[in-house]
Design a protein. Structure first.
Lengths: 475, 332
């Protein structure tokens, strides 16, 4: 069930109404958690009911071992933590990386002269497995570090792991932040709900107007990577940078908006990353929940920047290589992670020493990021090399040969300009604009809402046969 | 809470009403020049208004039915009005709902079901061209209540809004075909049909099979295999529903298999065997039977090696005569 599907448009209001039904007043909190838990499993089962069994197992193993960790002392506690981490990583490794490991191993054997036929692994990748596994792992580590108390209420913990707004593509929430919200009795908050609707509409606008529209061009360009050259290739690379941002940002905003409708708060996952003036800043603004997860659970335990420059560089590379692998079971993602680490290690220092020139630094960071995404998008290294070597400025007459007509191409570019302006404006006055909007008379807000819905209906890129999945679902 | 729900309702209802208005004015309607399905419903309702028993024989099917039969010839041979109620790419599940709606305006004595609609498909999981055909058929039906009733059976929750709204389905015309949107704005409302009489015929093919295609048959063999043309659960269920409905309404039913060229389809006996359990002991004129090969020569078929081969007007004429004779000897 996609956030941008009609079934979600039916599902969300239905769950909302059930959730806020004025029943079970004495056991309100449990009732609300039951509604969230059941609806989350229904939501997840819409892909494949077997996935629900997997998430139930992950929840159960994390819930149970956390209690053992808490009850144990020293080595016993450590053993339980290690066991749970191993179980979670094993599940992830099997479902997401088994094929990759086997393929890589076979490729290595072939290099050594082996000519046999490997066994074909037909493992279905459960949607969002990387997200909820990381969330469960974070919980286990936090309990082990005594940063949080383990949850003793199975219902609340299961609802926390499977909470449908953020289940399949994050934000990867910390137990410390989200779990206590399941312990509280939630009361309907009008301002929070209005904010939730605004975030959902904003997310849909990013997805339907921009991400899915430029996706047509990007997909066509990569399909024809053998013949593409010049400006069309450059535009495909730039478009993909905006597609990825708009797509994932959209998901995160719809997730946050949906959560707000249930009186829950999820963390902000994107903070205008394309305005960053350094790579370090970029990673503090892009996919914040994952970046901070890696910082807290990998980078800092490895020593962070406390053990000298050489060790810091090594830690950065380890984190980014893992982050690349987290994104996809492919060497192109590993190479992409390596490139991101390289940019951070090699360029942030020199760029930081140059004062001013903010727009130029922003352009450099964005440009290099967009180029690095060639590895992110490429199905293999040879396609990536072809796209790199095709970049140029000529051949603009072929721009309309990649799925979007002239008017739609101009419209997409206009949307990107508007998004950029909005980001700059929001960076400066975001909070003011949001509070002004919330203070508008309800009738005006309703009119704006109607206009927004009509805009999406008429100008959105959606329809039968469109691939409207969110990119990060595959991770 | 109440205030919030009222605001959301106001947004959803107003936006929905505006979309419905665009639909009613057919702003995003597709090219209507060739919409023979709409034309069929228009004339069926027109005949129904004239006289409840204005139609004696009703044929249900898809493009095979409207290209493979000449209702004028049938009407003349039988001395009874024959009407083809078919839509491109129709499946028997959709045919059931078409029949249900047709029976609100007419009461035929005989129903002929063309068997090409009885296939292995999953109605709610249709995609691509099949789904587009389903939309086209659905859109042209007129009885809102029956359309509502059939929606959950015909479409998944994600496809249902597209089935109901041209605006949702064709809004991309704003970029792809603005001239059509402009034309639709200037010409609002339903299309006007000027024929005095129309019985659902739509013969598209006049020339028969030519040498290059015949050569492919010789070299590559048949593109279709009767053994692979199986009948799925959805089709079997819908066929049974049609038979029950007709029994209840006192309408006699027969099945008709309009043939493809005999070298076009391998193992016609397997196709017959696949259909037999669904058809049971109902009367069935299977013109794909090799016994008819001598009647349907290359001149009777669309010049194509594609899987889906239709008949030419010559083929349709022969099929109509054979059907008329079959009806006369078995039914009336």
């Amino acid at each position: 069930m996609l956030f941008n599907s009609f079934s979600y448009a039916l599902f969300l209001p239905l769950v909302f109404l059930l959730y806020w039904l004025p029943v079970f007043k004495s056991r309100r909190r449990d009732y609300q958690n039951v509604v969230l838990l059941l609806s989350s499993y229904v939501f997840y089962s819409a892909w494949d009911w077997r996935f629900a069994l997997l998430i139930a197992f992950t929840s159960l193993s994390s819930y149970w071992t956390a209690l053992r960790i808490d009850a144990g002392e020293g080595a016993a506690s450590k053993r339980w933590a290690a066991l749970n981490i191993a179980v979670n990583i094993a599940i992830l490794a099997y479902f997401k990386y088994a094929g990759f490991f086997v393929d890589s191993f076979v490729a290595l054997l072939r290099l050594l002269g082996w000519n046999g036929t490997p066994i074909a692994l037909n493992i279905i990748l459960p949607v969002g497995i990387s997200f909820y596994t990381f969330q469960a792992l974070g919980y286990t580590v936090d309990v082990y570090r005594r940063r949080i108390q383990p949850s003793r209420m199975a219902l609340r913990f299961f609802a926390f792991v499977s909470f449908f707004p953020q289940l399949v593509a994050g934000p990867i929430e910390r137990a410390e932040r989200l779990l206590p919200q399941f312990d509280e009795k939630r009361k309907f908050n009008y301002a929070q709900a209005v904010e939730g609707i605004c975030l959902i509409l904003w997310g849909l606008a990013l997805k339907l107007l921009l991400a899915d529209r430029v996706a047509v061009y990007v997909d066509a360009a990569w399909k024809g990577v053998d013949g593409i050259s010049g400006a069309p290739a450059l535009l495909a690379v730039l478009f993909f940078a905006f597609q990825l941002y708009a797509d994932f940002y959209a998901y995160s905003e719809i997730a946050r908006g949906s959560a707000k409708l249930f009186g829950m708060e999820l963390m902000v996952n994107f903070r205008r990353p394309y305005l960053s003036t350094s790579f370090k800043e970029f990673w503090k603004r892009w996919h914040i929940s994952l970046s901070s997860w890696f910082a807290d659970y990998v980078y800092i335990p490895l020593g962070g920047n406390r053990k000298g420059a050489a060790r810091r560089f090594l830690n950065v590379f380890i984190v980014f290589l893992l982050s690349g692998l987290w994104h996809g079971a492919s060497w192109t993602f590993v190479a992409w992670g390596f490139l991101c680490a390289l940019f951070m290690v090699a360029l942030d220092g020199p760029m930081g020493r140059i004062g001013g020139l903010k727009p130029l630094k922003t352009a450099v960071v964005f440009g290099l990021w967009a180029l690095s995404l060639i590895l992110f998008r490429a199905p293999d290294f040879s396609s990536a090399v072809k796209m790199f070597s095709a970049l140029g400025f000529g051949g603009s007459s072929a721009l309309t040969a990649f799925g979007l007509g002239r008017s739609e191409l101009i419209f997409a570019c206009l949307l990107i300009v508007l998004l950029a302006l909005q980001e700059v404006l929001w960076e400066r006055r975001g909070a003011q604009i949001a509070s002004k909007f919330l203070r508008l008379p309800p009738a005006v807000r309703v009119l704006i809402g109607i206009a927004a819905v009509l805009l999406l209906v008429l100008l959105g890129h959606y329809g039968i046969g469109n691939d409207s999945r969110f990119i990060y679902f595959q991770f | 809470m109440k205030k919030f729900i009222i605001e959301i309702f106001a947004i959803v209802l107003t936006a929905g009403a505006l979309v419905a208005l665009l639909d009613a004015r057919r702003v995003f309607a597709q090219e209507e020049g060739n919409n023979h399905t709409g034309k069929r419903w228009y004339y069926l309702y027109k005949y129904g208004k004239q006289k409840k028993n204005a139609i004696d024989v009703l044929v249900l099917g898809n493009s095979h039915a409207y290209t493979g039969l000449l209702p004028e010839v049938l009407s003349e041979q039988l001395g009874r009005r024959t009407f083809i109620l078919a839509s491109q790419g129709n499946r028997i599940t959709d045919s059931y709902y078409m029949l249900e709606e047709a029976l609100t305006v007419c009461h035929p004595k005989l129903l002929v079901i063309e068997t090409y609609t009885i296939r292995d498909y999953q109605q709610r999981k249709m995609r691509g061209v099949d789904l587009s055909c389903q939309f086209q058929s659905f859109e042209n039906r007129r009885n809102v209540w029956l359309k509502l009733k059939s929606t959950p059976v015909l479409f998944s929750a994600d496809n249902a809004p597209y089935a109901w709204s041209q605006t949702l389905r064709n809004h991309s015309y704003l970029f792809d075909n603005p001239a059509l949107v402009a034309y639709n704005l200037e010409h609002p409302g339903a299309p006007v049909y000027k024929d005095t009489d129309y019985l659902g015929r739509f013969v598209r093919f006049t020339s028969g099979l030519e040498e290059p295609v015949l050569e492919r048959y010789r070299k590559e063999g048949p593109p279709e295999d009767g053994a692979r043309m199986t009948v799925g659960a959805d089709a079997a269920r819908s066929t049974a529903k049609i038979l029950r409905l007709c029994r209840k309404k006192g309408i006699r039913v027969m099945f008709l298999t309009i043939p493809m060229y005999h070298e076009h389809i391998a193992h016609p006996e397997a196709l017959h065997a696949n259909l037999a359990p669904v058809i049971g002991n109902m009367p069935w004129l299977d013109l794909q039977d090799p016994a008819y090969n001598g009647i349907f020569g290359p001149e009777c078929f669309e010049n194509t090696y594609k899987e889906n081969q239709h008949q030419t007007s010559t083929g349709a004429y022969k099929t109509s005569l054979l059907l008329a004779r079959f009806i006369e000897t078995n039914h009336f």
